[in-house]
Write a protein that binds this ligand. Structure first.
Ligand code: SF4
Length: 245
């Protein structure tokens, strides 16, 4: 597992961005998150170490642009170069999240075709309005590996009509930090039901810092958010198509 942050900075885009972790972390360091800049690891995937070996070792999953949004406007020109490096490193698998799926086709390489096999695109949604807006676009795009990220989940959301065989997984989680918006376990269970009914894998990634279960409100410390979600033991793995024929 590796990371590649070719640029940093982002603008708040929708309701889910209210307590963005990048903005929060930058505020403490007096960094202007709204300034989008290239980083000094822009060429990381094609860089070599002192022994002439790839800086990112072959076969790894690379988390791309976790200090920004890969599809942000200011990076349109830079992204063309990033795509070239992604194509060059077919021995790596790149994964990015975006709240800007409507910009996906801007600067897409000519040989994208049905999608590069080494790229996973995760469309992030947070409420019903953003789900309908973004997933309608997402479903029409040619992408080999698609995931839906529902985080922070802000309300009960119906995405059943978007759950076809192209979606590899739906990941759900709450918001973390102080004064955040609550996550209701009933919303999570309802989303899980939708995934199971449509045979799409489901992962409960983290509960929220404010978590509601059986009408009781819990305040949970950050270090327990992931563990508590795992403890719920509600993840679901889709049954392979050949087994359901
Ligand atoms: S799109 Fe993502 S990175 Fe950008 S402000 Fe929103 S939450 Fe933060």
């Amino acid at each position: 597992m590796s990371t590649w942050n070719p640029w940093r900075g982002c603008h708040k885009k929708s309701e889910g961005c209210l307590h963005c972790y990048i903005h929060r972390a930058d505020a403490g360091k007096r960094i202007d998150t709204n300034r989008i800049i290239k980083t000094d690891e822009f060429y990381k995937p094609i860089e070599k170490d002192a022994k002439g070996k790839d800086r990112i070792k072959s076969g790894q999953l690379v988390f791309l642009c976790f200090n920004s949004d890969f599809l942000i406007e200011e990076a349109d020109e830079w992204r063309k170069e990033a795509w070239k490096m992604i194509r060059q490193r077919r021995d790596l698998h790149f994964l990015f999240l975006t709240k800007r799926i409507e910009r996906f086709s801007i600067g897409l390489p000519e040989d994208w075709g049905e999608g590069y096999p080494n790229v996973s695109v995760c469309c992030t949604i947070e409420n019903q309005v953003r789900a309908d807006e973004r997933l309608e676009i997402f479903r029409k795009l040619s992408i080999r590996h698609k995931m839906i990220i529902v985080q922070p989940m802000l309300e009960k959301i119906d995405i059943a009509s978007y759950l076809d065989a192209s979606i590899e997984c739906v990941v759900v989680g709450g918001e973390s930090g102080k004064d955040v918006r609550p996550l209701d376990f009933d919303w999570v269970l309802d989303l899980r039901r939708q995934c199971m009914e449509n045979n799409v894998s489901f992962e409960f990634r983290q509960i929220g810092s404010i978590f509601i279960k059986d009408h009781t409100v819990y305040h949970v410390q950050k270090q327990f958010l992931g563990a508590q979600a795992r403890k719920a033991n509600i993840n679901y793995t889709a049954v392979p198509a050949s087994s359901t024929d």
